[in-house]
Structure formats: structure tokens, C-alpha cells
Design a protein around this ligand. Structure first.
Ligand SMILES: Cc1cc2nc3c(=O)[nH]c(=O)nc-3n(C[C@H](O)[C@H](O)[C@H](O)COP(=O)(O)O)c2cc1C
Length: 218
């Protein structure tokens, strides 16, 4: 391995050891912001979301891990009335007002050709792209798995920068793909309304499954 790469690895190990030694855990406020108090929102204040906030969101979300550092998620921020008009016909009727009211609706997509970037994104294995180049199923499975993971990071990052979030999968993916991604290797995954919530529109919190029902240690 070249000396400069070895030095980078050593610096990364030293930074990780220092970070680990700090023994950090999330405080109550952070947990509330991201999980315990945060809610899914359906109504929105007429308050804009700036480009800077959307960029800050992405800068956080991009750091979440993906297999082989694939990063297949792609995002279209739908903000203008004209763009909302294009999105509307694909939505289930109940989701239309939620999307129309939100200052921004993100189309979270994944790129089936994510593997084209692997020489840049995963240099430890220069042949990594060959795994997916001739195997459309492996490409689809990996793009969907890791694109969905990135979608979850995206929602939590949005909360971290002070935005409220309302995800929606109630829409026709084929229609969105035809309208926004025709002739490309992108496929829509789900939508995320972003903004500052009108809290009067939420419902009671629904139950979560208990640890014992979900987890086992063997
Ligand atoms: C991927 C995803 C898709 C969803 N699709 C819809 C949808 O189409 N319409 C809707 O009103 N809510 C939708 N929801 C909202 C969920 O029902 C809601 O997040 C869940 O009940 C938890 O609510 P809470 O975060 O307030 O506890 C979706 C949520 C997720 C994460």
C-alpha cells in the first residue's frame, strides 16, 4: 500500500480511538429531537425551507453507512408549484394536501447504476463494480436496500437540522418514475414532506412493538 494511504489509515484509527475514548452517548434532548418526541407530520406552516437548510440536511445524511459505500440515494426537492403539479397525479388522494401544503417534498430515489461510481467511492476493491455490472438483480437489491437506509438517515438528519418530516409511500412509483426519471437509471423509493409542522394535524401516537416481541439473544 502506498505510504500516503497508510498514513491516512493510521490517522483514521487514531481519530476513531480518540472519539471512542470520549464515551459519548446521545443526551435526552437529542433523543427527543430524533426519536422519542419527534412525530410524523401531515400539516405544514407556510414557512419556507432554505436551500442552506436542505444542504445542511444532506451533509449530515450522507455520513450514514451503506454497503461498500455505495450511496445509491438520489434526491429531487420538489418546491415550485409547477413541480408540485407534476407530482400530484401520482399521489393517493389523501396524500395530495399534505404534499401541496409542505414547503418542500423530497422524492427519494435510488440509482440502479450506482455501481458506476464504485471505483471512486470504494477504492479498496477496484473490481467492485463488476459484481453489479452484469447482475441486474444484485444491483437492484443493493440500490433498494442502501437507498432505503439512506432514506432513514435523511429523515433523521432533517430532524437534526430542525425540520419536521412526513414520509409518504402512498403514491404510484411508476408514474413518478415516468414523470421525473424517464430514460434514466433512477427509481423512486418514497417521498418526504419537509418543513415546519402545523402540529394541530397529527394523530395520537401509535403503539410500538416491545423489545421481547422483536428481539432475541441467542
Ligand atoms: C416510508 C413511510 C411511508 C409512509 N407513507 C405514508 C403515506 O403515504 N401517507 C401518510 O399519511 N403517512 C405515511 N407514513 C406515516 C406513518 O404512518 C407514520 O410515520 C407512523 O405511523 C409513525 O408515526 P409517528 O412518527 O408520529 O409515531 C409513512 C411513513 C413512512 C416512514
Amino acid at each position: 500500500m502506498p505510504d500516503d494511504l497508510q498514513q491516512l489509515d493510521e490517522a483514521a484509527r487514531s481519530a476513531a480511538a480518540s472519539f471512542q475514548a470520549r464515551g459519548l452517548t446521545a443526551d435526552e434532548t437529542t433523543l427527543a429531537l430524533l426519536f422519542s418526541e419527534a412525530r410524523t407530520h401531515y400539516g405544514w406552516q407556510q414557512r419556507d425551507v432554505t436551500d442552506e437548510t436542505l444542504q445542511a440536511l444532506y451533509e449530515i445524511a450522507k455520513m450514514g453507512p451503506t454497503s461498500m459505500n455505495q450511496q445509491p440515494m438520489r434526491v429531487v426537492f420538489v418546491r415550485s408549484d409547477q413541480a408540485k403539479d407534476r407530482l400530484e397525479p401520482a399521489l393517493l388522494p389523501g396524500n395530495v394536501p399534505k404534499m401541496r401544503q409542505a414547503p418542500v417534498t423530497a422524492i427519494l430515489a435510488y440509482d440502479l447504476n450506482f455501481w458506476e461510481s464504485l471505483p471512486e467511492l470504494f477504492p479498496p476493491n477496484p473490481d467492485a463494480q463488476n459484481i453489479f455490472k452484469n447482475d441486474a438483480t444484485a444491483a437492484q437489491v443493493n440500490a433498494f436496500r442502501n437507498g432505503t437506509l439512506q432514506g432513514a438517515y435523511f429523515m433523521l438528519a432533517a430532524r437534526a437540522v430542525g425540520l419536521d418530516v412526513g414520509a409518504m409511500s402512498g403514491f404510484d412509483n411508476a408514474k413518478v418514475d415516468e414523470e421525473f426519471f424517464h430514460g434514466t437509471s433512477l427509481k423512486s423509493n418514497f417521498l418526504v414532506n419537509l418543513g415546519y409542522a402545523d402540529t394541530s394535524k397529527i394523530f395520537r401516537r401509535l403503539p410500538r412493538l416491545d423489545y421481547d416481541r422483536v428481539c432475541e439473544t441467542i
